[in-house]
Design a protein around this ligand. Structure first.
Ligand code: G3P
Ligand code: CA
Length: 326
């Protein structure tokens, strides 16, 4: 794959600027210079892959207005969730929905404008933009709630690989990273496709939900040792750690010394793509003095291979300045 390093991954598109997981957000992410765009994927009742961060879509769409009778309560990944679920709607029904901004402190003026895209529509957008602007744009899809979707007969993995292959994305050089917070479905994907895979890591004390189901006691923290990273390298090309696994933050928001995770992952042959970089002051540690570029600079200097960013424009500018000053 021929991309600048570290790669800038447009997180949910450019969701700092526009409602997440809409074609408008992905197109803006591309226009702002993202190398990859990141759709989170869930499955409709009739098996279509669409882009949403959760299977509960009441917080990011107008589904409550359009399908009030679908409100229900379910247990998803061990948590009771009340709301409106994508697996209870057909693709035709999802197509009638319009996206809403999730975060109250972000711009609400585009609520109701943008449909919920399918994964195929996102690929079509990427192909069109590649032709228009003359550079490669990568896809970085995440399988959301993979054990849950498998348990209700709507497994994500085969559907995802089938769409990727139908669109010519296969083999280790494809401009694709498939990511998952669960390990077993990544191992399945390793058997199904040759495209690069990324194992996501949450906070140290959390367990992957497939481990909870299987009774495996290991936490994400347990999976950051050199031996576990070497085991991950047998089926994945990289890790996507929560950024606090690289630069710890105390409860008073002071930053600790960087961990050995980047060096250990690189020693295992793994790429390191931490998440999520955001501009707003409430997400920035005081040490960055309300300057998001200071956070990017720190992680670039530590040697990350990419970053997930809600504001790809800020990330790209920070990368340019970082490379000029080296
Ligand atoms: O996939 C990387 C990052 O997006 C993980 O967090 O919750 O935004 O999907 P989330
Ligand atoms: Ca994601």
């Amino acid at each position: 794959m021929d991309f600048p390093r570290p790669i800038i991954i447009g997180h949910r598109g450019a969701c700092g600027h526009l409602p997440e997981h809409t074609l408008a957000s992905y197109a803006l992410g591309i226009a702002l210079g993202a190398d990859f765009i990141e759709p989170d994927l869930v499955v409709t009742k009739d098996g279509a892959l669409i882009a949403r961060h959760e299977n509960e879509i009441g917080t990011t769409t107008d589904v409550a207005d359009k399908f009030p009778d679908r409100k229900t309560r379910k247990v998803v990944d061990g948590r009771t969730v009340e709301g409106f679920f994508v697996e209870d709607l057909t693709l035709a029904e999802v197509r009638t929905l319009r996206a809403r901004e999730r975060l109250p402190f972000r711009d609400q003026s585009r609520n109701g404008l943008f449909p919920v895209p399918t994964f195929q529509e996102i690929i079509d957008l990427v192909r069109r933009k590649e032709w228009e602007i003359g550079r490669h744009i990568g896809l970085y899809p995440e399988t959301k709630h993979p054990s849950y979707f498998r348990s209700i007969g709507l497994a994500l993995e085969g559907r995802l690989v089938e769409i990727l292959e139908r669109n010519g994305y296969s083999g280790p050089d494809a401009p694709v990273f498939i990511q998952s917070f669960e390990m077993e479905n990544l191992k399945d994907l390793h058997r199904l496709t040759g495209v690069p895979l990324i194992f996501l890591l949450e906070a140290s004390d959390v367990r992957p939900y497939d481990f909870v189901l299987s009774g495996d006691p290991r936490t994400y923290g347990d999976l950051t040792t050199p031996a576990e990273l070497a085991a991950i390298a047998a089926f994945a090309q990289g890790i996507g750690p929560w950024k606090r696994l690289i630069v710890p933050e105390a409860s008073d928001k002071s930053l600790g010394a960087p961990t050995a995770l980047i060096a250990d992952a690189h020693a295992a042959g793994l790429l390191v793509h931490p998440y999520t970089f955001r501009n707003e002051e409430l997400y920035l540690a005081p040490a960055y003095h309300n300057d998001p570029s200071a956070e990017y600079r720190q992680f670039f200097a530590l040697g990350v291979d990419g970053v997930f960013s809600d504001f790809p424009d800020t990330a790209v500018t920070a990368r340019t300045l970082f490379s000029q000053r080296r």
